[in-house]
Design a protein around this ligand. Sequence first.
Ligand SMILES: NC(=O)c1ccc[n+]([C@@H]2O[C@H](COP(=O)([O-])OP(=O)(O)OC[C@H]3O[C@@H](n4cnc5c(N)ncnc54)[C@H](O)[C@@H]3O)[C@@H](O)[C@H]2O)c1
Length: 242
Amino acid sequence: MLTGRTAVITGGAQGIGLAIATRFAANSARIVIGDLDEAKAKEAAASLNADAIGVGCDVASDSDVVALLEATAAAFGPVNVMVNNAGITRDATMRKMTEQQFDDVITVHLRGCWNGTRRAAGIMRDSGGGSIINMSSISGKVGFVGQTNYSAAKAGIVGLSKAAAKEVAHLGVRVNVIQPGLIRTAMTEAMPAHVWEQKLAEVPMGRAGEPDEIASVALFYASDLSSYMTGTVSEVTGGRYM
Ligand SMILES: NC(=O)c1ccc[n+]([C@@H]2O[C@H](COP(=O)([O-])OP(=O)(O)OC[C@H]3O[C@@H](n4cnc5c(N)ncnc54)[C@H](O)[C@@H]3O)[C@@H](O)[C@H]2O)c1
């Protein structure tokens, strides 16, 4: 479904990002994994059965994102699919959250996503179009206790993506958003067991999602199957908070 296309996935060294890279590779895309952890990004790229490279990149840094897209162009040509997936959590109730924890989460998610969206769109507009996929969270729709920083950033990604989608739609660039629910990755495995069980009880389908179930939705948005979709938000939550 992605033959001849070059896809960049930020935060792709593990978890949901790696599942997306793997699924895209299985659909014949050329893959660039950008991650804060350069060694792990290279390792992940080497593990894919595809043309793939790993690049060290902090999405919060505009110059890093520019360098990531330059490395992409040098290896495989201009980016056709950009997945802004890199993320962190710094959970704490408002009473205890530090300004640093607030700023770190806003910077990585919101500014990181803005950097990736505008830099990729700038390239795609010159090359005839492309697909940008931004990773939000159901936390941005409903708000979670202990996540005033994360819920704000993830809600912000929806607004950012819709505004960007309107700016570049006439250039053939589509921008869409995925809101995962409870997905089994390192990020969620760090949760205490009783919190995991509480969250699981809220899922109508009665189970957590697997990273590959986010990857299949990303593949849909990356491919021509979604050619008339832009500015949309897909909840991939097993029905939680529908
Ligand atoms: N796991 C879930 O249940 C869930 C639910 C909703 C949304 N999400 C979102 O999905 C995305 C992926 O989450 P995950 O569960 O795979 O997390 P993860 O912690 O397993 O992986 C995140 C990756 O992002 C990288 N990263 C962190 N900061 C970075 C930066 N500044 N620049 C570049 N790379 C950076 C990390 O090194 C890591 O490889 C995140 O945006 C997360 O908020 C996850």
